[in-house]
Every structure is written in structure tokens, then in C-alpha cells.
Design a protein around this ligand. Structure first.
Ligand code: NAP
Length: 242
């Protein structure tokens, strides 16, 4: 499998696991994050140690100009993308009424506008080749909503609706768009939980544990290998939680 794959937000967590999975499968891997240069360089080393070519680009995917630069670098080094994984995201816990206007803008930019930016820039190359795969990393909160994560839930609900609509728009061009709606996955995003909160959360999950980033990566990879008739789906990966 020698495909060009971009995984946004891949300096750690789920994005890193996805990058390593595609590297193991022999793809050219583009990794990205907004701020953590050192962490990105360390993932690049791991990808290259697996024998894969790797391009690392620091860019805020919530910012359209950064995305234009990111895609110029990709096309200059690897050519057009075959697979786009929109994974970058941030969360914020708290009451909606306490959220600053700027915090709302930043969350929507990182979680939802980023998906638009990267899709807009990836689609022309995919349409020319008449094939391509787009996977959006979403959340179960985008399906059912979470108290104290209203903005995050809204952003992921938007990603789910965008996934379903874009899949219809792109199916005639043989481009499949699906989403993985994660439950609780054991990454830095959940490090804010106290031991007691973590225990209470695990008791709510029928599987009795958090998911592993590698499990999300495995599902993402399988979706990009799935029959092309599978499109427009939001698949929950949550241990039976929701
Ligand atoms: P994480 O460990 O916090 O990693 C997030 C990654 O995204 C980092 O590499 C971060 O790098 C990058 N990032 C954030 N904003 C960015 C931006 N604007 N531009 C470029 N890169 C950006 O989180 P994770 O748990 O792996 O989450 C990955 C995805 O899964 C997110 O979309 C998240 O919403 C979703 N998800 C996670 C869970 C969970 O329980 N962990 C559950 C449901 C959904 P920098 O810090 O350097 O920007």
C-alpha cells in the first residue's frame, strides 16, 4: 500500500497511533500539529524507523492560511493526497455561559473549520484521480451531547453532519467520507480526570475500560480499506457506552 496520507493533529494520542499504523502499512505519511515541535519530531523519527517516508508540518489547521501552506508542502513533497484523516481537535470542560467568545472561536476553528479547510484543499486532487478516502475523527458527544462540553458537542455534531452530507456530494467521484465517533480513549485529552472521576467513568462503560489509541487507528485503517460502497457513516467506537 503506497498511498499519501495526511493525519492532522498527530504529535500524540490518537493521531500518532494512526500515523504509525499507516507507516507500518507502507504509506507516505504527513504528520502535523499546531504547537509541539519536539513531540512532532519524535513521531517523525518513529514513522521513519518503520521505513516510511514522513513529512512533518507544523500548522494550525483551524487557520486557512496555515492549511494552504500545509497543502503546498504536501503537494511539493509527495503529490496529491490519497487519504485524509481529520483528527486534530481540542476539548474544553465548563459551562457554556462561562466560555469566552474567543474560546468558542478557537474550539470551532480547531474541531470543525479545520475539517472544512483540509477537505476543501484535498478534494480537487482526489476528484482528478476519481478516488480518495476521508475519515473524520469525531466523538460520541457529537451524537448525544454532553453537559459541560456543549461547544465541543456542537463542533463534533457539525463534523458528523458534514461527514454525511459530504459523502453524498463526493460519492459520484468515488471518494468515501466516514467518521469514527470515539468514546473515552486513553490520551492526554482525558488526563484532567481525577482518579475518582476516572473510576466513575469506567463504571459507566460496559467494556469496563477506556479505548486505546491503537484501537482507533486500527478502525480508521480498516475503514480506508473497506468496500467503496461504505460511505456517509458515523461509526461509534465506545465499548458499548452510548
Ligand atoms: P490529544 O492527545 O490532545 O491530541 C490532539 C492532537 O491534535 C495533538 O497533536 C495537538 O497538537 C493537535 N491539535 C490540536 N489542535 C490543533 C490545531 N488547531 N492544528 C493542528 N493540530 C492541532 O487528543 P486525542 O485524544 O488524541 O484526540 C484526537 C481526536 O480525537 C480529537 O479530534 C478529539 O476530539 C477526538 N476524540 C478524542 C477522545 C478521547 O477520549 N481522547 C474522545 C472522542 C473524540 P498541538 O497540541 O501541538 O496543537
Amino acid at each position: 500500500m503506497s498511498k499519501n496520507v495526511l493525519i492532522t493533529g498527530s504529535s500524540r494520542g490518537i493521531g500518532e497511533a494512526i500515523a504509525l499504523k499507516y507507516a507500518r502499512e507502507g504509506c507516505q505519511v504527513v504528520i502535523n500539529c499546531r504547537s509541539s515541535e519536539q513531540a512532532l519530531a519524535s513521531v517523525q523519527k518513529k514513522v521513519e524507523a518503520l521505513g516510511a517516508r514522513c513529512l512533518a508540518v507544523r500548522a494550525d489547521v483551524g487557520n486557512r492560511n496555515d492549511c494552504i501552506r500545509l497543502f503546498q508542502e504536501i503537494e511539493g513533497s509527495f503529490g496529491p493526497l490519497d487519504i485524509l484523516i481529520n483528527n486534530a481537535g481540542i476539548s474544553q470542560i465548563g459551562l457554556l455561559q462561562d466560555m469566552e467568545f474567543e474560546e468558542w472561536d478557537q474550539l470551532i476553528a480547531s474541531n470543525l473549520s479545520s475539517v472544512f479547510h483540509c477537505c476543501k484543499l484535498a478534494i480537487p486532487g482526489m476528484v482528478r484521480k476519481q478516488c480518495g478516502k476521508i475519515i473524520n475523527i469525531s466523538s460520541v458527544w457529537g451524537v448525544c451531547g454532553a453537559s459541560c462540553e456543549a461547544a465541543y458537542s456542537a463542533s463534533k455534531g457539525g463534523v458528523n453532519a458534514l461527514t454525511r452530507a459530504l459523502a453524498k456530494e463526493l460519492a459520484p467521484s468515488n471518494i468515501q467520507v466516514n467518521a469514527v465517533a470515539c468514546g473515552a480513549i486513553d490520551t492526554d485529552m482525558n488526563r484532567f480526570l481525577s482518579p475518582g472521576e476516572r473510576e466513575a467513568l469506567l463504571m459507566e462503560i460496559p467494556a469496563g475500560r477506556m479505548g486505546r489509541p491503537e484501537e482507533a487507528a486500527e478502525l480508521v485503517f480498516r475503514l480506508t480499506e473497506a468496500p467503496s460502497y461504505l460511505t456517509g457513516q458515523v461509526i461509534r467506537l465506545d465499548g458499548g457506552w452510548i
